[in-house]
Design a binder for this molecule. Sequence first.
Ligand SMILES: [Zn+2]
Length: 324
Amino acid sequence: MPVESPRIESRIIEVPAGADSATQIPVTTVYGARPGPVLALIAGNHGYEYPPILALQKFREQVDPDRLSGTVVMVHVANMPSFLGRTVYFSPIDGKNLNRVYPGRIDGTVSERIAFAITKEVIEKSDYLLDLHCGDGNESLRPYVYQTVTGRAEMDAAIAELALAFGIDHILVDRGRPADPARSLYCSTTAITRGKPAMTVESGYLGTSDPQSVAQIVEGIRGVLFHLKMTDSGPAPLERAVYLDPTVVITSPETGILYPKVERDQTVSKGAVLAEITDFFGQRTAVVDAPIDGVVLYIVATPPITKGQPIGCVGTPRGASPPH
Ligand SMILES: [Zn+2]
């Protein structure tokens, strides 16, 4: 895009009422002094995940348009109904998971209309995208990033470089994402299926706003800006990382009360007990084991559990070499 005068602009993307109520998406656009790519930073696709939202508040204070090449677009709270309603995973209005309904629909329910607005107004106008998450309000999570593998060499190399530039040393090799841009489901996959390198980041846990998780996201953004040559200085990319491949999300066999038996980042062997579930009278109904050797990337650590929902995720470390 042509170079605009360097400045920071605030705006609201209006999501009009449809089948259900209207909402708003607050966006900051930072126009740099020199030409360069457009980088989109998305926080709050899940509204109970606070470190990404606070990290963008902090980054907005620090960013200097006079020293920026290109444009940074920050979505401060993608899922306002979930943020203000304090809900985990699902919108309090339509019960949908925003990060499973991309690219959305103009005539859908509110989560679908939010996804549609972000796809049209932000993703399609960007060159790169970071979708910033953490463990949701119920998830005790150690930091990691998802490195999507598409099978297309140029895209995969660009995503692998983003992962190293962000600086979180646990990289989950993710081969299972959709390839159809019309059914991309996830925010980052919406970008990737439209030819824009993108990555999902996880830093933070359990509804807290701890400064370390927030700082790690700000540092990661600075690393990616430097890598994309949008700034002249920043953290260097990682030289080594722990690649997790395969990873398994373990879902609950029962509805009831969950008792986690491991901590985030704990190393477990196949067959180790991850959690026990009881019914509402205290009778044990299930014991959930680790299906593979590996590291606990996250474990649900609050009592409510519903059959079919995630209990945790275990990934097997495959050493420091990037995957092919
Ligand atoms: Zn999330």
